[in-house]
Write a protein that binds this ligand. Structure first.
Ligand code: XMP
Length: 509
């Protein structure tokens, strides 16, 4: 199978590059700079190399590098951001530390028509930037293709050697022609052949699961969300009744989660256990306000419950529906910072006796959805919105108590109901309510009220790495606001969150 090798210089979006290449049905492998030189010598299936972005400067003492000999290979190379600067530097060009950084959506001007990398792209386009250093001079054999107001050489090519660099990030959806640039590189320049398909992905996961689990019994945590559902279906195909699917009712679930899990999974070839642990969770969360503490407490309780069941069932493997964006934000990939400890990943104790297996670890949410469609899973599973492992606890700022959970649950159900009546529903990533632990004055039924505000958060996203708040028509927001203040007794004010990710995360905690 033809493959594109991606050298990981530690950028937040490195894995996203791999994902974009998979989108054009070509397989990729991510590798460290230290291992890259040997890899290209020993693997004939590699048709081209992409050098990822990274947070360092090429002049820093311990900045990750590649040997000069690496560039003597005959493979086409595309450098992105740090990769772009590294190529320029290695070939004797000049990189400067910019006076100011260049972050976010930027205008790119193509000054030289290029028959390869920028083929068929307009002279003016929007790209996404995230850097401080800039390439200011190229060595012989290289030509500058494009510039921005801040970067004099925002794209370059060495057509004879087939080496290219772009200062911007084609892998981020905000770059208008990012996919076209990848297609040009992968097909026109590297001549790679398509062979990566959803059905192959499904078969590979089932095969891998058979090998990893063998004859053993495995537990899987079901949350009612699409990731764990898809993981459970794939695992049940691999090991059938040796799979014990455990759904823990934490008391922090949405209105219909427990009923949904019972209905959908009880007919599948797996052993379903529904555990009522509401009291345990509320007891453990009493008086806790700090978001990371909440996540850790919830994570530990899950592990305790799973460990006890595993002991009873004599099972040694814990399967989780963790996907790639959960791992990167939990700081579990090389060089990534911990944004929040997703309970199912960052929160696991070091002395966990169970072997953890994450069959979806390399995938993004939309790939999981594609997989779900390929598996012909029930429609209700496909249209369910994403729901975080720690549940409604991360949608209540401050202490989590049953009365507050009920407010968020009821308000969220209203938001869902109203949006489901519209065509917008299908385009949304998530829609939910957040409860703020403050009160404000209102007037209801001619009397003064002093109650909680609820934040309505409605988001669009492709892969959870970035998200935009949805531009919902005011009439729909008004309907939602009126229903919440009419039906949820403890609320007298509704506000709409108009923050994108970044800078905010989707969940409030
Ligand atoms: P953030 O808030 O990090 O959320 O922008 C990105 C997506 O991840 C979901 N999320 C989680 N999913 N365990 C999960 O399985 C978790 O601990 C967790 N925290 C956030 C969130 O709902 C959003 O869809």
């Amino acid at each position: 199978m033809d493959k594109i090798l991606i050298v990981d210089f530690g950028g937040q979006y490195c894995h996203l590059i791999a994902r974009r290449i998979r989108d054009v049905q070509v397989w990729t492998e991510i590798i460290s700079p230290e291992a890259a030189a040997q890899k290209i010598q020993n693997d004939d299936s590699i048709k081209g190399v992409i050098l990822s972005g990274g947070a360092r400067s090429v002049y820093e003492k311990n900045a990750p590098k590649l040997s000069r000999a690496f560039f003597d290979c005959s493979l086409p190379i595309l450098g992105i951001c740090y990769g772009h600067q590294l190529i320029a530097h290695m070939f004797g060009g000049k990189v400067n530390s910019g006076k100011a950084g260049e972050y976010g959506i930027t205008d790119l001007f193509v000054q030289k028509s290029d028959p390869l990398l920028l083929h068929s792209l307009p002279a003016h386009q929007k790209v996404w930037m995230n850097h401080r250093d800039i390439v200011v001079r190229l060595s012989a054999g290289f030509v500058s293709l494009a510039h921005t107001a801040h970067s004099p050489i925002a794209a370059f090519a060495n057509p004879d050697r087939k080496i290219f660099g772009v200062q911007f990030h084609p892998e981020v959806t905000h770059t208008q022609y990012g996919m076209q640039i990848f297609k040009n590189f992968v097909f026109q320049i590297c001549h790679a052949k398509k062979s990566w398909t959803t059905s192959r992905m499904k078969d590979d996961i089932v095969q891998e699961a058979k090998e990893v689990i063998g004859d053993r019994k495995a537990l899987i945590g079901l949350s009612g969300g699409i990731d764990s559902s898809v993981a459970a279906v794939l695992l049940s195909k691999a090991i059938s009744n040796k799979l014990i699917a455990v759904y823990v009712d934490t008391g922090l679930m949405r209105v219909d989660d427990t009923a949904y899990v019972r209905k959908v999974f009880q007919t599948m070839p797996l052993a379903l256990r529904i555990i009522d642990a509401k009291k345990q969770f509320f007891r453990a969360l009493k008086g806790v306000e700090d978001p990371e503490k909440k996540r850790k407490i919830i994570g530990k309780l899950f592990v305790d419950i799973f460990s006890a069941i595993a002991k009873k069932e004599k099972s040694q493997v814990l399967v989780q529906g963790t996907i790639y964006s959960d791992r990167i934000e939990s700081g579990l990939t090389a060089h990534s910072a911990t944004i929040k400890s997703h309970h199912n990943v960052g929160g696991l104790p070091k002395n966990l006796k169970l072997e953890v297996y994450e069959p979806l670890r390399e995938l993004y949410k939309d790939e999981v959805r594609t997989l779900a469609r390929a598996l012909k899973l029930p429609k209700v599973m496909l249209t369910r919105q994403v729901f975080p492992g720690p549940g409604l606890a991360v949608r209540i700022i401050g202490e989590v108590v049953p009365t507050r959970v009920q407010i968020v649950r009821q308000a969220s159900a209203i938001i869902e109901e109203e949006l489901k009546k519209t065509l917008l529903w299908k385009k949304l990533w998530m829609s939910f309510a957040v409860l703020l632990p403050i009160r404000s004055v209102g007037i209801q039924g001619d009397a003064r009220s002093y109650k909680y505000p609820v934040v309505v958060r409605i988001l669009e996203s492709k892969d959870a790495m970035t998200a935009n708040f949805a531009k919902i028509p005011f009439e729909i927001l008004e309907k939602i606001s009126t229903r919440i203040t009419n039906e949820v007794r403890e609320v007298n004010r509704v506000v709409y969150d108009i923050t994108n990710k970044p800078p905010a995360t989707m969940e409030w905690e």
